[in-house]
Design a protein around this ligand. Sequence first.
Ligand SMILES: [Mg+2]
Length: 219
Amino acid sequence: MILGSDFDNTMVDYNALFYQAALGIGLVDGSVAANKTAVRDHIRKSDGGEILWQKLQAEVYGPRINEAVLFLGLCDFLTLCIKNKIPVYVVSHKTRFACRGDVDLREAALSFMEKNDLFNSSPYGLSLERVFFVDSRYEKGEIIKSLNCDVFVDDLIEVFCESSFPADISKFMFAPQVIETPLEVDSLLEIEMVKTWDELSEIIFAEPFISTVGLKDGK
Ligand SMILES: [Mg+2]
């Protein structure tokens, strides 16, 4: 089995950081919920909100990325991948520079991964050589196809809907907060929703998934 995952908001939890960063410059107050979606929706409603939101994102994904945290359960999940000889790829739609910032966002993401000990010397699990940054969602689908991933995890449904996204792959949508997904898209594309990495572990490392997908093509 080969597993691929998105990075921002799938492996990395920015919820508290978005709230703190917005609070620090007075873009939100205590009445706004401390998560990314609530912060974004609140800021976008204000005057010049779209630009303020873009600036905040440049700050959070750039110079302040090391204040973000890994989603709970991710490290245990990666340990299980090593134990089960499953290579893990990260494929992230991330431009090198934000439209309103001058920090290299890809370098910032790599430094976050190193600081959080995501790379190790094992031939399985995650390593620097298995991290890919792309400029578009179309390219993301193409890379996932070329890597022969059997499973992909992402917080954005649009990624799975991209025309380049491989059809014969198990799709898991990472949705820690309840979100509305159009049912017809969901059933058509056979996307499974998971709220946590522990929940994903319970599916992937259990029967029948591990046998059927793991032995599918002898990987
Ligand atoms: Mg994402």
